[in-house]
Structures are given as structure tokens and as C-alpha cells.
Write a protein that binds this ligand. Structure first.
Ligand code: URA
Length: 212
């Protein structure tokens, strides 16, 4: 894993292999959905490395063992609609007791600014560590706004998890929210004129839901 203060790039060989399949335009919608789930699950595993543990004793068939379990499970995953939905299966497979909130934002085609149209979070968000989910961190506009919206509800902490991140997106997000750690699987250098990450993997929402 490559790491600096704010950005963790999870470039494990298993993840890189799946990213190559995600990038491939010949990958079907079904395969794409499955791959997004698999990559997200692998990333989630690493992004929860700092979960607190507590010591307990269990009786093995032979004797008492001092061992560790999660001290708490106060996690809320918040997919950003619509493409973030594709990442939910992967995270809840790993943390079935986590809460899942939803945030809907879209990019105004003329102003290119994010517009909020939906926000439903768990009522005990102030007691939870939030992980926001969006497969693509492109300009960073949506992510910055989604984090601002979540911060207004005062969660304990926020992390941002995406599959691909552009340099521009990382820069925008770290500038606006230096306290939020970004977890991504690959970092691409550029955006095209339509604000798509290049080389990227295309429109993640369309490829997840087969709407192209
Ligand atoms: N959203 C996508 O789905 N793809 C991109 O490349 C950028 C934003």
C-alpha cells in the first residue's frame, strides 16, 4: 500500500488485477458490478485496520484463551448516489451490522456545481465513524459537498473510499477537508473536457447499472 498523510493507495496485486478488468471496455455490466463489489471488499478490509479491539477470554476445546474482538461496530457507510450503490454489497459483506445512509448529489451540466437531491442518514450518526463511498473521485466537487453535508450531522470521523481517484480530485478534497483520509485503488493523472477520469474506466454508474 502506498501511503501519504491523506491518501492511501491500495495497490495490492489482487486489487490491481481487478482494476485492469474494470478498465476494460469489454467487461460486461454483470462482471463490472461483481468486480466493484470485490475490490470494495478488499479495500474495506484495509480501511478498517484502525478499528479498536478489546481483550476477551474464550474457552477453546482445550483451555481458556485470551483473545481480541472488535470493541465496537459503530460504522456507517454512505454511498453517494448513484454509482456509490455499487460499493455497498462489498462493505456490508464485511461489516453486516454497519448502518447504510444515502446521499444524492448530481453535477449541474451547465454550472458543473453539485446539487443535493437526497440525504438520509442513520439517526445516531454522531456516534458513528462514517465511510463515504463513490467509485470515482474526478473533480472532487461532489465528494467535497457530500462530506460537507455529512459533517453538518457531526459524525465521529469521516473517511472517503473510491476505486479511482484523479490527481485533481485528491487535491480538491484534501484542500477542502484535510481531516478526511482518502482510500483509493488507483490514481490517474488527468480529466478530459467532460470531467471524466482518463484513462479511467468510463461512467461507473452506467457500467454498474447497464444504462449506457
Ligand atoms: N464519474 C464517472 O463515472 N467516471 C468518471 O470518469 C468521472 C466521474
Amino acid at each position: 500500500m502506498q501511503e501519504n498523510k491523506n491518501v492511501m493507495i491500495m495497490d495490492h496485486p489482487l486489487i490491481q488485477d481487478k482494476i485492469s478488468l474494470l478498465r476494460d471496455k469489454e467487461t460486461s455490466s454483470k462482471e463490472f458490478r461483481e468486480l466493484i463489489s470485490e475490490v470494495t471488499m478488499l479495500m474495506c478490509y484495509e480501511s478498517l485496520r484502525d478499528l479498536p479491539l478489546k481483550e476477551v477470554e474464550v474457552e477453546t476445546p482445550l483451555m481458556t484463551a485470551k483473545t481480541k474482538v472488535l470493541a465496537e461496530r459503530h460504522i456507517a457507510f454512505i454511498p453517494i448516489l448513484r454509482a456509490g450503490l455499487g460499493m455497498v454489497e462489498g462493505v456490508v459483506n464485511l461489516m453486516p451490522t454497519a448502518r447504510v445512509g444515502h446521499i444524492g448529489l448530481y453535477r449541474d451540466p451547465e454550472t458543473r456545481l453539485p446539487v443535493e437531491y437526497y440525504c438520509k442518514l442513520t439517526s445516531d450518526i454522531s456516534e458513528r465513524d462514517v465511510i463515504l463511498l463513490d467509485p470515482m473521485l474526478a473533480t472532487g466537487g461532489t465528494a467535497v459537498d457530500a462530506i460537507t453535508m455529512v459533517k453538518e450531522r457531526k459524525p465521529r470521523s469521516i473517511k472517503f473510499m473510491c476505486i479511482l481517484a484523479s490527481n485533481q480530485g485528491i487535491e480538491a478534497l484534501t484542500k477542502a477537508h484535510p481531516d478526511v483520509k482518502i482510500y483509493c485503488a488507483a490514481r490517474d493523472a488527468a480529466l478530459n473536457d467532460d470531467c471524466y477520469i482518463i484513462p479511467g474506466l468510463g461512467d461507473a454508474g452506467d457500467r454498474i447499472f447497464g444504462t449506457k
